[in-house]
Design a protein around this ligand. Structure first.
Ligand code: HEC
Length: 122
């Protein structure tokens, strides 16, 4: 009997830990009303986008690894794609981040607030 209880506690523990683990720092912070690149946007890009979007040298596939590159992606001819790519696959062939869970609504709202505020760096 004791053994069964232990196993149940162990399983509940693993499920609990995994559910916490899959949350990003940004999820826990909630929506940031006045985000800056350095404080809020760079950590999101580094965690979720830069692994693919870095030094690609491909205009259809923007680098998102520096402030200037993210601003260029946002200001370029395909600017609407930066936000749009996060919520649907209608503007890119796959929803971003590609092959990963979607960003949380609060993270997407933070990015949207940053763009609405003209992409402040600091
Ligand atoms: C696993 C690799 C991978 C990750 C991670 C990833 N992307 Fe992409 N992204 C791609 C590829 C490949 C393309 C090229 C088009 C396609 O396949 O949809 C692309 C295309 C895009 C485009 C469209 C560019 C254009 O002009 O058509 C945007 C914007 C974009 N990604 C933003 C992001 C953002 C923002 C993140 C992080 C939240 C992200 N991506 C994470 C691989 C990735």
């Amino acid at each position: 009997m004791k053994k069964i209880k232990f196993v149940i506690v162990l399983i509940v523990g693993i499920v609990f830990f995994n559910s916490c683990d899959s949350r990003t720092t940004q999820d826990l912070e909630g929506v940031v009303t006045n985000p800056t690149y350095v404080k809020n946007i760079k950590p999101i890009m580094d965690a979720k986008c830069v692994s693919c979007h870095s030094q690609s040298g491909n205009a259809d596939y923007p680098d998102l690894d520096t402030y200037q590159n993210v601003v260029d992606a946002q200001n370029g001819t395909n600017s609407s794609k930066l936000l749009c790519s996060l919520t649907s696959s209608s503007c890119t062939s796959d929803r971003m981040p590609k092959s990963d869970a979607p960003l949380s609504n609060s993270t997407i709202t933070t990015i949207s607030n940053w763009i609405a505020n003209n992409c402040p760096e600091q």
